[in-house]
Design a protein around this ligand. Structure first.
Ligand SMILES: [Zn+2]
Ligand SMILES: [Zn+2]
Length: 151
């Protein structure tokens, strides 16, 4: 069975974000954003740096061990993507809400910058893992905290 892509597209990783991480030209900014989310989940730090715009690219991308739980694309235009990425921190479900801007360099879309807001997900609001359930019925349940840790 093919592994589902961590970006939540429902497609197999091998025909979703993997080719982009391996250097294929992404069709649009959203595809790059999805592939960058996967790179954070899977630890492709070199790709994260490469997919940054040369004007804003950091000297290095430090590995993190953030426990990401899912991605929801709120809105995408040609060169911007608004998304919510969920993660776990100290037993809390956190939601990172960002509007990222991208620009094309040669034929590749590159991440230029973004405005982000990080806060704890409300127990009665949609779970940032993208399940469509309230977080108290999803990743914020105590047993979910134990079983899905360290993905
Ligand atoms: Zn994907
Ligand atoms: Zn959830």
């Amino acid at each position: 069975m093919a592994e589902c892509c961590p970006c939540g597209s429902g497609k197999p990783y091998a025909s979703c974000c993997e080719p982009i991480i391996l250097g294929a030209v992404a069709p649009d900014a959203e595809a790059v954003m999805r592939s960058r989310y996967c790179a954070y989940v899977l630890g492709h730090w070199r790709y994260l740096r490469e997919s940054w715009h040369p004007d804003t690219r950091p000297a290095s991308v430090s590995p993190t061990n953030t426990a990401w739980i899912g991605l929801t694309i709120v809105r995408a235009t040609t060169d911007s993507v608004e998304f919510i990425a969920g993660f776990r921190e100290d037993g809390k479900i956190m939601a990172l809400h960002e509007i990222s801007r991208f620009a094309r360099v040669d034929s590749h879309w590159r991440y230029r910058d973004g405005k982000c807001d990080i806060r704890e997900a409300g127990r009665n609001s949609a779970c940032p893992c993208g399940s469509g359930l309230k977080s108290k019925r999803c990743c914020a349940r105590p047993q979910a905290n134990n079983s899905r840790q360290g993905a």
